[in-house]
Design a protein around this ligand. Structure first.
Ligand SMILES: [Zn+2]
Length: 113
């Protein structure tokens, strides 16, 4: 077991689907650079590069969560570029970190029309 795993809840739930967060091999992109994380759509798995820890690990988890929220590989897909996803995941992470009051439960529902 990776030493990071004991600090994670292992599961991410979103819109009725449960995703498992695991550490392991994530593969390389077309330039040969190792991914930090991957969303494995068929398995409902968020896989995180096992070398990551701390802030980089949480930023990567948020990054993959944004991919899931945008719904790639589903019939409700919203197109998101990697740059947009990086900006959103990093921004949400900073906003929650700097505004703990935002972490309180809000009423379920859509914020945007
Ligand atoms: Zn990405």
């Amino acid at each position: 077991m990776n030493h990071n795993e004991k600090y994670l809840p292992y599961k991410f739930r979103y819109m009725g689907t449960e995703w498992t967060i695991r550490f392991g091999k994530v593969g390389r992109d077309e330039r040969g650079l190792k991914y930090l994380g991957r969303t494995i759509w068929g398995k409902q798995e968020i896989r995180i590069n096992s070398k990551l820890e701390g802030t980089s690990m949480y930023k990567t988890i948020w990054h993959e969560i944004i991919h899931i929220i945008l719904g790639e590989h589903s019939d409700t897909q919203v197109i998101g570029t990697e740059e947009l996803i990086c900006r959103l995941s990093s921004g949400i992470s900073h906003a929650l970190d700097e505004n703990p009051w935002l972490q309180q439960k809000i009423v379920k529902g859509e914020i945007c029309p």
